[in-house]
Ligand binder design. Structure first.
Ligand code: MG
Length: 340
């Protein structure tokens, strides 16, 4: 087995603004794993809060190379990922790029889509969100028009103008919306008042309203909240789910946080045992990582796979959103191919 990796910068169509700051570009690394004449593609995307960078991903993949180069013939993704995971404590996006590339590779070798290998029915694909950052009204209006194909929207909140923004959005569209605060609200009484106000606005759920450290406050809110509360920054890997079930009604699983598809499947199983709602989300990334998440999306309640829609230039083809849902294709592996 051989591995190659290439750092890239993805440029956003519009600057992306959250309660924690604004960005125009995002760093990613494309990973290729070659075996028996086939190439599997994977991707690492590094949002600032996970602490990874081009340098840290490249350094990690150099170490992963030693493990992968020893493999010949048949392979078990689970066994390889156990070894990869044990290399370093964090580096979850770098690990995810290896896991995605191995799934893509396995699909190509077997000439089957990953969902088929995993016995997932693609006709259960849920609706997917289109995300609106904390933009000026003119930009918001433009983005809502761009999102015509999407049936549900996700709105980033966490500033003084939150109510105004929701009212402005509601003056343009009545599509169901989810709210993502990205840890931006700090006072539980304020949050409770906001949740009661939001309840009347056709809201599906509110994601990560408070900082991940504020667990007691979140538990207090869960007991009283008139709307569903989801954990994102609070829930990264399988081991976080039991605690998350105490303070949230649902979780946002992302391949970049949880080391890839293998662990995401385990997280979905565990979350269902605990009666949690599930969304499968993405970072700012190309069709590659989004298509990998889409293979698992039929097991979840909502998808949030708009990464390719928010960037200027995608590196892959094959990933498509139609009628508000990711449209499954029958290509082998994760179902995307490099653009010429
Ligand atoms: Mg989020």
């Amino acid at each position: 087995m051989k591995i190659h990796f290439t750092p890239h910068w993805l440029e956003f169509k519009h600057p992306f603004t959250l309660s924690v700051g604004s960005r125009t570009h995002t760093p990613i690394v494309i990973t290729e794993i070659e075996h028996e004449g086939f190439i599997g593609f994977g991707e690492a995307s590094m949002p600032p809060y996970l602490g990874e960078s081009h340098e840290s991903v490249v350094a990690f993949l150099q170490k992963a190379k030693n493990i992968l180069e020893k493999i010949s013939g048949d392979f078990s993704i689970e066994n390889i990922m156990l070894e990869i995971d044990a290399l370093e404590k964090n580096n979850t996006a770098a690990k995810a790029s290896v896991d995605i590339a191995l799934h893509d590779l396995q699909g190509k070798i077997k000439n089957k889509p990953c969902y088929e290998i995993l016995s997932i029915n693609p006709s259960n694909m849920p609706l997917t969100f289109f995300t609106l950052g904390m933009d000026e009204p003119k930009v918001l209006e433009e983005k809502i028009k761009e999102a015509d194909e999407w049936k549900i929207l996700k709105i980033k909140l966490g500033s003084e103008n939150d109510k105004k923004r929701i009212e402005f959005i509601r003056s343009i569209t009545d599509k169901p919306i989810a709210i993502d605060v990205n840890q931006g609200w700090k006072d539980k009484f304020f949050v409770y008042d906001m949740l009661c106000w939001l309840k009347e606005k056709n809201i599906l759920f509110v994601e990560q309203p408070m900082p991940k450290e504020m667990k007691e406050e979140m538990q207090w809110l869960k007991e009283k909240s008139p709307v569903l509360l989801f954990g994102d920054e609070s829930v990264q890997r399988l081991n976080d789910i039991t605690e998350a079930a105490q303070i949230f009604h649902g979780i946002n699983i992302k391949l970049m946080k949880c080391t890839g598809m293998s662990e995401a499947i385990k997280m979905i199983e565990r979350a269902r045992e605990l009666n949690l709602k599930i969304m499968i989300g993405c970072m700012s990334e190309t069709s590659c990582a989004n298509a990998a998440a889409a293979q698992l999306a039929p097991l979840t309640d909502w998808a949030d796979l708009d990464g390719p829609a928010l960037i200027k230039k995608d590196l892959f083809s094959g990933f498509e959103v139609k009628n508000g849902k990711v449209k499954p294709n029958n290509l082998p592996g994760i179902g995307v191919y490099l653009k010429k």
